[in-house]
Each structure stands twice: as C-alpha cells, then as structure tokens.
Design a protein around this ligand. Structure first.
Ligand SMILES: NC(=O)c1ccc[n+]([C@@H]2O[C@H](COP(=O)([O-])OP(=O)(O)OC[C@H]3O[C@@H](n4cnc5c(N)ncnc54)[C@H](O)[C@@H]3O)[C@@H](O)[C@H]2O)c1
Ligand SMILES: [Zn+2]
Length: 361
C-alpha cells in the first residue's frame, strides 16, 4: 500500500517509531516517544501542513528539519486506497442497534464528562488556576521547585470536586453497566477514564480504570506507598484554598507526610512529562484489543498515550462513537458523533430515561 507521508508540525528526536494506521478513514497520526522518553505529553495543535524536505523512517532515526520548535513529532499518513466518503452518523437507532449487539463496551472518558458537574476542563473556559496554566503546575519540576504551591493547586481541586456531584452522563454509564450485565452476564462495560475526580465511582460505576490516578490518592516520594485519602483539607495548612488569593509559601514540613517513613507525599496523579503506570497502560491496551464498541466521551483526545487508545481500537474495525461539544482529534475515527453536552447526548443515545436516572439516585 502506497503511503505519502507529511510532517504536519513539530520536530523531535525519536527513540521509537511505531506508526498506527487506520484502514478506513482519511488519515491517522501518532505521537512517538522522544529521546527523553516522554509519553504523556502536552499536545500541539495541528495547524499548517508542511511537506517534509527529507524523511528517513527507520528505528532510532533522528529526524532533522528546519524550523524545529517543538518537542513532538506528528506524522500524517495518507493512504491512497482509503475511502474519502466516510459517513459520520448521529442516528440513535442505528447506534442502539450496534450497541445491543456488542459484548464488551469500553467508555473512554475525559474532563468534558465532568464539565457539567462544574469541574473545569484544562483547555476550556476556566482552565486556569490563578494565573497558571494547569500544565505549569501539574509537573514533577513544579513540585520539586515549590511543593507547597502544587499542593495548593491540588487541594483546591480536591475541595472543588468534593463539593460537586456526578452528572447524568456519569450516571448513564453506570446504569448502562448495570443493565447490560444484568441482561447478559458475559457482557462487560468498563470505564477507562483520564479523569482524576472519582465521579464515575461516585456515580456507581463498578469497573473503572483510572489512567491518570486520582486526586484522592497520595504517593510517598520516598517509600512510594499509595494511600487513599478523602480528608478535606488533607492537612490543616491547606484549609480553604481560594482561587483568587495570592500564592503563599508553605513550609514542606507542614505538607502531607507519609505515616510510615515521614517522606513528603505527592498527589497520586500522572503529571505532564511523566509516564503512565505501565501496568495500567497495559490493562487499557488489553481492553482496546478486546472491546467491540468504544464510546469516547468528553475528551479532546490529544493527551498521549490515552489518545492513542482510540486508533488502537479503530484499527481493528471497532465502532467508535464520540460524544463531544466539538470535533476533536478522535473524530476522524468516529462512526457515530453526537454533538452537544454529554449529560444530554449520552442518556439520549443510551436510551436511559429520567425515571431510570432518578431511581438510580
Ligand atoms: N475532571 C477531571 O478529573 C479533570 C479536569 C481537568 C483536567 N483533567 C486532566 O486533564 C487532561 C486533559 O485531557 P482531556 O481530554 O480529559 O480534557 P481536555 O480539557 O483536553 O478536553 C476536554 C474535552 O471535553 C469537551 N467537552 C467540554 N465540555 C463538554 C461537555 N459538556 N460534553 C461533552 N464534551 C465536552 C471539550 O470539547 C474537549 O474536547 C486529562 O489528563 C485529565 O486527567 C481532569
Ligand atoms: Zn513513605
């Protein structure tokens, strides 16, 4: 199969090269590990298409182009024999028909599913904390520099999330899980979430894989012990963190400490620049290799490697259904696209009525 390769944006040094192809849509792309081995990375917006001047694609190839501004490399593969007329549907009946024939449903969710609970996404409105972009605080470097500031950011988020409730989208997925399994026990519904807010569990979901950890778990920086902790504030010095107050310096000895070894605790979340827990990633990839119906809900699908799960399933011909207020990087894989706030579109598509939801609680 003949391929034409274009560099869309960004240049980097590759340590691995693993293309992913999608047989039935116009294009696919992937972001690869770089020599610094970053797999969880801040995305770049694809803007102009620049033809590569020269390209060598072999293992451990170092690619050098002019205008090298980014740390990431993105390739677009155009396969000449692909259908250019792929139709995207929002037909609820056709969606239901396929859903009912599925046996292993995976719902990959992102910050958008919690937006209607009042929890801001990173990239939408309210995606700022004080004057910082979240990507500036959710990093190991920021924690090493000022753990007190990072804990203020996380305690603020813990307090915010604790004051919010799961919405109809979270509840619909939990009801789907219950109904789907009740009707036929060999069937499964699994939520794979990028969210760290625990709202799926609070909505009653039984099988949840948290790709990026949880705001309500801590990890010791010394002995690595992971503990669940719902105490608000997590330590007295972090009481009532306000969004509009100036940064205050907090002595690290007053920050959360390990009960076992007194080491400094950190939030058990995957930060920008860190790798996902390999065991968790393996589980997620395993699910992508067995699912026969993938729901993609409220994610911009630009944070890797979570976003690479979608092409992994799509490449196998799995039906991808997307729920978002706008088109995303995943839309090219979607057979069904339901546009709008997912607390409205998801219950409608899953045919989960108000009575069911009110009985659910
Ligand atoms: N609630 C949370 O736990 C939370 C909140 C913010 C960020 N994060 C983290 O930030 C990273 C961001 O990636 P991401 O893709 O999850 O989020 P993102 O902020 O990159 O994208 C959010 C997506 O949700 C869509 N969206 C917004 N409101 C929506 C609605 N009402 N219905 C449907 N879609 C809606 C947006 O169009 C966008 O595509 C993740 O790693 C996640 O862990 C988590
Ligand atoms: Zn410890």
């Amino acid at each position: 199969m003949k391929q034409q390769i274009k560099v869309l944006s960004a240049i980097g040094h590759f340590s691995r090269y693993r293309p992913r192809h999608h047989p039935c849509c116009l294009k696919t792309f992937s972001i690869h590990s770089l020599s610094r081995n970053i797999v969880h990375s801040v995305p770049i917006r694809l803007s102009s298409t620049k033809q590569a001047r020269a390209i060598q694609l072999t293992n451990n190839t170092c690619l050098n182009f002019s205008n090298c501004n980014f740390n990431f490399c993105v390739f677009e593969y155009q396969q000449r024999n692909m259908s250019h007329n792929r139709k995207v549907s929002s037909d609820v009946n056709a969606f239901q028909d396929q859903l009912n024939r599925a046996t292993k449903i995976v719902a990959l969710t992102g910050a958008g599913i919690s937006a209607e609970s009042g929890i801001p996404t990173f990239r939408g409105e309210g995606g700022f904390w004080r004057n910082y972009k979240s990507e500036e605080l959710a990093t190991p470097e920021a924690f090493a520099k000022d753990p007190g500031l990072v804990w203020q950011f996380y305690e603020y988020r813990r307090q915010l999330v604790s004051s919010k409730e799961p919405n109809l989208a979270h509840k619909s997925l939990s009801i789907l899980e219950q109904n789907f399994i009740r009707d036929s026990p060999h069937r499964q519904v699994i939520v794979v979430t990028q969210n760290v807010d625990e709202l799926h569990r609070r909505a009653g979901a039984k099988r949840v894989l948290e790709l990026h950890g949880s705001l309500f778990k801590t990890r010791c920086t010394q002995c690595k012990a992971v503990k669940t902790n719902f105490t608000i504030p997590i330590v007295p010095v972090l009481e009532n963190i306000k969004l509009d107050e100036p940064d205050r310096h907090i002595d690290p000895k007053d920050l959360p400490r390990c009960e076992k070894c007194t080491g400094l605790l950190r939030p058990h979340v995957v930060w920008f620049g860190e790798q996902l827990d390999p065991f968790v990633l393996k589980q997620a990839e395993g699910l992508m290799s067995v699912t026969d119906f993938l729901l993609v809900v409220g994610t911009s699908s630009v944070v890797y490697p979570a976003a690479s799960l979608i092409p992994q399933a799509a490449t196998r011909g799995v039906t991808v259904s997307e729920f978002n207020i706008e088109q995303t990087a995943a839309s090219e894989y979607a057979k069904y696209f339901f546009k709008g706030p997912c607390a409205q579109t998801l219950p409608k598509a899953l045919q989960i009525g108000e009575t069911m939801i009110s009985h659910w609680g």
